[in-house]
Design a binder for this molecule. Structure first.
Ligand code: PHE
Length: 351
C-alpha cells in the first residue's frame, strides 16, 4: 500500500521484511528506522519543517501513519520471537549445544579398484555382465572343462550348499561359485559372439582367513570371443590395461600356466609396485607381482556353450581386485580390506 510519497514508499520493502528478522536483526532495524538520532523515519519527520506550509500537514501525517505501522510490525515480531524461544525451551532444545558432526562415507578401496578396472575395459568396448553367486557344479566346473574328478571340486576347497539342485538349471549339486568363470558360460549361452564382457563379483573358497587368504573375495573376469581372435589380442589388451591402471611405463610379463578352461594359459605379472623391480619382501625379492590368470578359451568350453570352435576363438582373464588394491595402496594384510575396521577405512577411504 503506497504512502503517496516516493521517499516514504522506499521504506515499505523494509516494513515487509520485518516478520522474517531474527532477534539481533530486529533490534538493529528498530534503531535504523525509529532511532532518535539517525532513524529513517525520524529524519523524515525533521524534514516536515523544511516543506512549504501547505504540504507539511499531509506529509507529516503520512510519516506518522508509517511510523505506527513499523511500531506494530516490530512489536508483533518481538512477540513471535519470544513465543518461539519459549516453545524451544519447553521442548528441551538447547541452541547453545554444539552440532552433531555429519558422517561422510567414502568409497572402499576395493570398490574404487573394481570401478576403475571396469572403466578401463569399458573404454575399449567391453560391457559388464553378472551372474549368480550360488552355482551348480556344471556351470562352475564341468562346462569349464574341469574333469569330474578334479581336486578343486573337493569338499575341501569348495563350499557346497545343503540344498536340493534346481530343476531347470543344468548340472548337479549347488555350491558357492569358486570363481567368476561360470559367468563366461552363462554369457556365451545367452548371447552369441561377438562377446566382450567384464564380470565383477564375489567368489567363495574353503580357505583360511589369514594375511593373504580369505574365504570370500572379489574377482573380475574378462571374456572376448569373436571370429579371428588370437593371443596377440589377449596380450595387447592386458598390457594396455596394466599401463592404464598402474602407469604408462609399467612393465609386464607373461608366464605359462594351466587352467582347464584355457589353452594355452598364462599368468600375468606386473613389476612390483612397491620396489619397482629391484626386489623387496612384498614381491619376495623377484621384482614382480602376479595380478591375473588368463589364456585362450579352450575349444571344449566353446563347444559346451553350443558354439562352433572352428569358427570362434577367444581369450579370458580373471583377477583379484583385493590383491590389486593391496599392491596399489601398500596394504600388507587382506583382512584389513574385509573386516570393516573404521580406523583403517577412515585412512584409506579418502583419496
Ligand atoms: N578362474 C581362474 C581363477 O579363479 C582365473 C582365470 C580366469 C584364468 C579366466 C584364466 C581365464 O583362478
Amino acid at each position: 500500500m503506497s504512502t503517496g510519497y516516493p521517499d516514504l514508499d522506499a521504506l515499505l520493502a523494509r516494513l515487509e521484511a520485518v516478520p522474517a528478522l531474527g532477534s539481533a536483526e530486529l533490534e538493529a532495524e528498530e534503531i535504523a528506522v525509529l532511532g532518535r538520532k539517525s532513524g529513517a523515519l525520524t529524519a523524515a519527520l525533521k524534514r516536515v519543517a523544511t516543506l512549504p506550509v501547505d504540504e507539511r500537514k499531509g506529509f507529516g501525517a503520512a510519516v506518522n501513519r508509517l511510523k505506527t505501522r513499523f511500531e506494530a510490525a516490530f512489536a508483533a515480531r518481538r512477540e513471535a520471537l519470544e513465543a518461539e524461544r519459549q516453545a524451544r525451551e519447553q521442548a528441551g532444545v538447547d541452541l547453545t549445544m554444539p552440532g552433531r558432526e555429519r558422517w561422510v562415507g567414502a568409497e572402499h578401496p576395493v570398490t574404487r579398484v573394481v570401478d576403475e578396472i571396469i572403466g578401463i575395459f569399458r573404454g575399449i568396448g567391453f560391457t559388464v555382465a553378472v551372474g549368480p553367486e550360488v552355482e551348480t557344479e556344471w556351470y562352475n566346473f564341468l562346462a569349464l572343462n574341469f574333469p569330474p574328478e578334479h581336486p578343486a571340486m573337493d569338499l575341501h576347497d569348495t563350499l557346497y550348499l545343503d540344498a536340493a539342485p534346481v530343476e531347470e538349471e543344468p548340472g548337479g549339486r549347488l555350491l558357492l561359485r569358486t570363481h567368476t568363470s561360470p559367468v563366461q558360460i552363462r554369457t556365451l549361452m545367452q548371447s552369441p559372439p561377438p562377446v566382450r564382457v567384464v564380470i565383477p563379483g564375489m567368489v567363495y573358497r574353503s580357505d583360511a582367513f589369514d594375511a593373504s587368504h580369505s574365504p570370500a573375495f572379489h574377482q573380475i573376469e574378462g571374456l572376448a570371443v569373436d571370429e579371428g581372435i588370437s593371443f596377440v589380442d589377449l596380450k595387447a589388451t592386458l598390457i594396455h590395461f596394466a599401463r592404464r591402471f598402474f602407469g604408462p611405463a609399467t612393465k609386464t610379463r607373461f608366464r605359462p600356466s594351466f587352467f582347464p578352461f584355457t589353452e594355452p594359459s598364462a599368468e600375468m605379472d606386473v613389476e612390483c609396485q612397491l620396489c619397482h623391480g629391484s626386489g623387496c619382501p612384498a614381491c619376495k625379492g623377484t621384482g614382480w607381482m602376479e595380478i591375473l590368470g588368463c589364456g585362450m578359451v579352450h575349444p571344449a568350453v566353446l563347444e559346451n556353450c553350443g558354439l562352433d570352435a572352428e569358427r570362434y576363438t577367444g581369450w579370458a582373464f580373471g583377477m583379484g581386485p583385493h590383491r590389486i588394491a593391496m599392491l596399489r595402496y601398500g596394504i600388507p594384510d587382506i583382512r584389513l580390506l574385509l573386516e570393516g575396521d573404521m580406523r583403517f577405512l577412515e585412512r584409506v577411504g579418502r583419496p
